[in-house]
Design a protein around this ligand. Sequence first.
Ligand SMILES: [Zn+2]
Length: 202
Amino acid sequence: MIISAKSESRVYHMPGCRYAEMIKEENVMYKKVKWAIKRKYRPCAWCFSTEGILHREKAAVEQYLKNTGYEMENRDHVLYIRGQAGFWKLVYNEESTGFTLFHGNRAEKVTVEEAEAVGYHRQGDAPIHTSVLETCRYIAKHDEAKKILSMGSYRDLPRSTQKQREYYNSARKKDRIRGIRRVEDLFRQLEEGSSMKRYSVC
Ligand SMILES: [Zn+2]
């Protein structure tokens, strides 16, 4: 649900926005986002921004970071989150009114101060989240799956949702390819006549 004013300004706000609270009570309209978009209303520049969203979710996000041990930094409207599997970069996109998620893996030893220097790639399977908290939850799920894979096997991954089954299948495929490669490498080594001693010392 969004809030707008019966005026020519044609701007809509999220509940709790400081500017929405300035609208006179008799002028307040409560509508669905679809209603506003259809009439070409513009999203408010404060409540639909990194800072505005963060401000709205402050307590919940802080609690979440405390529980998970994740760290967050806001630099020039870009949020950097250090999770268990490297860094994440949340870039707010005005067009989609949500965060585009980028992942920088192999960055476990990098400090939050160095977060900008990490190489990032777009996290392809991540949906556009309109909330920082939702994005944090996505990151935690991703990290959990990574942890299971690093400790054991894809067989331990959860398979209750469609997304989880897709991840399971791709992990299984990767595992098979790895298995085939290992055998191929072994044969290549044997054919090249290199000694088996290598395997006992590595
Ligand atoms: Zn607003």
